[in-house]
Design a binder for this molecule. Structure first.
Ligand code: ADP
Ligand code: G6P
Length: 421
């Protein structure tokens, strides 16, 4: 039994056949160091269907696996979580689908997670529920284990009340969240959107806690090797994302193409981790990105010298630091993003004031990193203008952001949430 239990849809590691590998996304990157430092256990899904595993520990974290079968995967994970809630909470970049069968599976899987938490949590323990996949867990815990202290943190944006009201199951989700002792959001506007749905005298406590990174986990590595590998370009730009339609990767490529048309000599590295690959909108995003990479390389590349170096797989954290440190300009252009930890990781790899960050106004990170070169990703020209400015950066801007990111790290984030709880 544990006094501190984190529950998230994913464990920090994924089972791939006989091996374990770090699982994707910002939630895991942020929470793994928190659990390592504080102890307790992490309840989550091991990333492979039909795998029943006993609790085990890895990398200094106690893990309690929750099994998902193929129908859970299609209806709870791909369906309600990622084809209903994800697009709805990201302001309808694609249309959400509302399906009663998916909802029923979401209820059933949330019950399974709650049951597993109940088994692990000691009397009076603190349970920290993470993200949109598990919004019913707080309500279930409140009914069955009133002794527990329950906090919830939403890693993604919370939509405006008018959008949220589209959801046929809005009452069930709201009443579960209201059972929390504390609900945390990334930005003040997310918190206000949520409060806009509650009666004026609602007593549930909410707060804004912008998530951050562990600067020790990401270090500059060997930037010279990266620059040499891509032919020592004049100006090196970088994009690092999950392959997701929220990230604005295609818009960024179109802006890069315009920059080349205007005669600027630049090279782009785009690293894109595969994500949610069976969902049609994700497939379409990948097709469009890959078609644009091919077209732009065809127009501007030479034999042995592409202008875009694109990989569609994950990169080890040690290697990622070398890419961040090597890049003159980091391109973070999501249409909507809860925070975007990539932006903060890039800043953490530039302690000397080098580099520049082009950042979407619609990323949570823009609230804190206002010294970035901000752009509107819905307007390609706006991205191009930010790229031009970032090509002649003011080192004071990166220094200020570095100071902010290294003093407002993920330990400070977790401490502020848990103290408030
Ligand atoms: P999201 O949570 O939506 O995926 P974030 O930017 O907040 O977006 O977090 C992404 C995390 O995943 C970061 O910690 C980043 O280092 C990691 N990541 C993203 N793309 C890659 C990649 N191609 N290889 C390795 N790590 C990646
Ligand atoms: C975002 C979400 C996380 C999710 C991650 C990776 O960071 O907020 O909850 O785990 O993306 O997505 P995936 O669907 O692979 O878990």
């Amino acid at each position: 039994m544990y006094d501190f239990v984190v529950v998230a849809n994913r464990l920090p590691v994924d089972r791939v056949g006989e091996r374990w590998q770090a699982s994707p996304g910002g939630l895991v990157a942020a929470l793994a160091p928190v659990l390592r430092a504080r102890g307790g256990c992490w309840v989550g899904w091991p990333g492979e269907t039909n795998t029943t595993l006993a609790p085990f520990s890895t990398g200094g974290i106690e893990l309690v696996p929750v099994a998902l079968d193929e129908t859970d995967y299609t209806d709870f994970y791909e369906g309600f979580s990622n084809s209903t809630l994800w697009p709805l909470y990201h302001d309808l970049i694609v249309a959400p689908q509302y399906d009663q069968t998916w909802w029923e599976r979401y209820v059933a899987v949330n019950e399974r997670f709650a049951l597993s938490v109940e088994k692990q949590a000691a009397h009076g323990a603190t349970v920290w529920v993470q993200d949109y996949q598990l919004q019913l867990v707080p309500g279930l815990l409140r009914k069955r284990r009133p002794d527990l202290k329950a906090g919830f943190f939403l890693h993604i944006p919370f939509p405006s009340p008018d959008l949220f009201r589209q959801l046929p199951w809005r009452e069930e989700i709201l009443s579960s969240l209201e059972a929390c002792d504390l609900i945390g959001f990334q930005r003040g506007t997310d918190e206000q959107n949520f409060r806009g749905l509650l009666p004026a005298d609602a007593s549930v406590r909410t707060g804004t806690f912008p998530i951050s990174i562990d600067p020790k986990a990401i270090t500059p590595g060997d930037p010279a090797r990266v620059r040499e590998a891509v032919g020592d370009p004049e100006l090196l730009m970088l994009g690092v994302d999950r392959m997701d339609y929220t990230k604005g990767i295609l818009q960024r490529l179109l802006a890069f193409e315009q920059l080349l048309e205007s005669g600027v000599d630049a090279t782009l590295i785009q690293l894109a981790t595969p994500s949610r690959e069976r969902i049609e909108h994700y497939r379409k995003t990948r097709r469009e990105v890959e078609a644009a990479v091919g077209r732009i390389n065809g127009r501007f590349g030479r034999i042995g010298r592409p202008v875009i170096h694109y990989v569609h797989h994950g990169v080890a954290k040690e290697e990622l630091g070398s890419f961040y440190a090597a890049a003159d300009i980091m391109l973070v252009t999501p249409f909507k993003d809860g925070m975007n930890l990539v932006a903060k990781e890039y800043v953490a790899c530039h302690p000397d004031g080098s580099g520049a960050l082009v950042l979407s106004e619609f990323a949570g990170a823009a609230v804190e990193l206002h010294e970035a070169y901000l752009c509107n990703p819905f307007e390609v020209d706006s991205i191009v203008r930010a790229m031009h400015s970032a090509a002649h950066p003011d080192p004071q801007r990166m220094r200020a952001m570095y100071e902010w990111v290294t003093t407002h790290d993920v330990d400070a984030w977790a401490a502020s949430f848990l103290e408030a709880l």
